[in-house]
Write a protein of this length. Structure first.
Length: 278
């Protein structure tokens, strides 16, 4: 009987040990995925396979860095293609600056100075007709108007005094003696033109008509109202001016003309009164 009891006990012990071994194996197996987990996996897979998804990250285009700033060993072969930075060259443009002066035609053939002054005054909001100005300037036939008288009357109407003192605002006459042969003269002419136009004051010019208009002759006055700069903006390429003479009026542009500053300055040299006023 003892032997039978011992055998039965041995069988029970072996059965118990086998049951425990199966339970341990079940616990070590990977857990079964729930339906929710399956849906989440499908979502991740769809994102990885969609190249148009903005949230999709391509690990081949990312360089991971450690805290020391070095590349991660897992990404040693990864490279980032840098787009070369192309610097745009600034576009060179001809800057045009022109005052909106209302053109006028002279009513009498030797009234170019009074008409030019009338245009300057009207731009500044002072309206005086050419006949009134001619009378005050002492304009006469056949010469016309002396430049000193034209500027004297211009200052009177614009500033309230005929002869500005040193440091006072007002137009001043410049006598041209060298033209483009003098680097200082052409430089001053351009500088003064720029400043006058910037400040809103048209310039008074004298010219030998034969130097500007082939076939015509005489001494003449016009009003400079603007300029065109060179491509790099370092110099004046052309000057805009209004010519009051009826003979040179254009069907489209009227008395608006354009000429180089060098040619305009040189055209003053052969005048009896080689002046401009700034």
């Amino acid at each position: 009987m003892k032997i039978i009891k011992l055998l039965l006990n041995a069988i029970l012990i072996v059965s118990f040990l086998c049951g425990c071994s199966k339970n341990i194996d079940k616990k070590e197996d990977a857990p079964t995925k729930t339906e929710e987990n399956k849906k989440e996996d499908n979502k991740v897979n769809r994102q990885e396979n969609n190249p148009n998804d903005k949230n999709n990250i391509n690990n081949n285009e990312v360089i991971n860095k450690t805290q020391d700033g070095e590349k991660s060993p897992n990404n040693e072969t990864s490279q980032v293609k840098e787009t070369p930075q192309v610097k745009e060259t600034p576009k060179e443009t001809n800057r045009k600056v022109r005052l909106n002066v209302t053109p006028q035609e002279q009513k009498v053939w030797y009234y170019c100075a009074p008409t030019s002054v009338s245009m300057i005054l009207s731009y500044r909001g002072v309206y005086v007709d050419q006949f009134t100005l001619a009378k005050e300037m002492g304009t006469y036939e056949p010469f016309g108007t002396h430049n000193k008288d034209a500027i004297r009357v211009l200052n009177k109407y614009m500033f309230g005094y005929e002869f500005p003192a040193t440091g006072q605002a007002g137009y001043r006459l410049e006598v041209v003696v060298g033209g483009t042969q003098s680097a200082q003269e052409i430089s001053l002419f351009k500088q003064r033109l720029k400043k006058n136009i910037k400040d809103g004051y048209p310039m008074y010019l004298t010219m030998d008509v034969s130097k500007i208009y082939p076939g015509l002759k005489g001494e003449h006055n016009v009003t400079a109202i603007g300029y065109i700069e060179t491509e790099d903006g370092s110099d004046i390429k052309y000057v805009y001016y209004l010519d009051p003479a009826p003979k040179v009026q254009d069907s489209v542009y009227g008395g608006l003309k354009i000429e180089t500053p060098e040619k305009l300055l040189n055209s003053m040299l052969t005048c009896e009164e080689p002046n401009y006023a700034w």
